[in-house]
Design a protein around this ligand. Sequence first.
Ligand code: SF4
Ligand code: SF4
Length: 338
Amino acid sequence: MRKSKFVKLKLREAGFISRALLSTRHPVLAHLIPMRRCNLACGYCNEYDHTSSPVPLDVMKRRIDKLGALGTSIVTIAGGEPMMHPQLDDIIHQIRLRGMIAGLISNGYYFTPERIKRLNKAGLEYLQISIDNVEPDEVSRKSLRVLDKKLRYLSEYADFHVNINSVIGGGIKNPEDALSVARRAVELKFSTTVGVIHDGDGTLKPLSPKEKDIFQQVKKMGNKDHARLNWFQDSIAEGKPYNWRCRAGARYLYICEDGLVHWCSQQKGYPGIPLQDYSMTDFDREYKTEKWCAPTCTLQCVHQVGILDNWRDPQQVPGLTKPESSLKDTIHEVLSAD
Ligand code: SF4
Ligand code: SF4
C-alpha cells in the first residue's frame, strides 16, 4: 500500500473512531454477504454452501445505500467466498461512493495480478486472509503452501492494507503452523493477527497448554494495535469467560445474503429483520440487549467494536435472548465441553 494512501486511511479511521466515541447512534462496522457460495469446505465452518447464486448488484447497491443512510463507518464484504461474486468491484466501488471504508475477507484463492489491480481501482482499503495451516489437510485447504504465490502477488501489487490472520483451535492439527504463517506475513510486510477458532455456535473450547503457548508467541509477533484491542483473547485462551458488552445488532451489523440483519455469523435469526426496514428503534433495542453468548464469544471484530462503548450504557437481558438464569449453565456447558 502506498504511504500517502496509508496515511489517508489512518486519518479517516481516526475520524471514524472520534465520531463513534462522540455518538453511540450509528453502526461502526457491518459485515455484508454478497454470496454464500464458497470454493472450499473448511471443517470448522458453518458459513458456506456450494450451490447458491450471487446476490444481484442492484440489490447489493440498495443494501449499501441503506448502510450509508444509517451512518455506518466500515463495510466489510464477507462470505462464503466474496471473490466469487462477478460484480465484487462494483460493490466495493459503491461502498466508497457512500463515503464508507471498504474491507474484504477472502480465502485468497482468486488473487492474480490482474484481479488485484482491479480491486485497487475499485477502491478496496482492507483485505484479511485467514491461513489455517502450512500443508492442506481434511480440515482446511487455506494453507500457506497453496497460498504463498498469492501472498507474493499481493505484496507486489496491492494498494490496500493486507492482514494475515493465523488461527489456533477448532481442530487445526499443528498449532505451530500459526507461527510459520505469522513469520511469512511479517516477511512480506503484511500485518498479522491470530484468532481462536470458534466452534459451531461461535463459542469456545479451551486451548491445550501447547496451543496456549503458541498463541502467546504468535500474538507477540503480530499487530500491536490489534494485540492491545484483543486482550479478551487471553481470558478465552485460558478457557475463562470474558465480561464485555456485545453491541451486535447496533454498532455491529451482520447482513446475510437474504438482506436480513443478524447479531453475527454465529447467532443468525436474531433479530432477523430486513435491513431495508431496520430503524433506530431496532438499533436502540439491540444496543441495550445483553447477549447470552458474550462471555465465551471469540469474534474479534465484534469485540473490537464493543470496546468503543464498553464503559457506558449497561445492557439488560430481554425476553428475546436466553433468560439470565440460564447464563451460568450455558457458560459451564461450553467450558466443560471436550
Ligand atoms: S473459505 Fe471461509 S467461507 Fe469458505 S469454507 Fe472456509 S472458512 Fe468457510
Ligand atoms: S457475543 Fe455478540 S458477536 Fe459474539 S456470538 Fe454473541 S451475538 Fe455474536
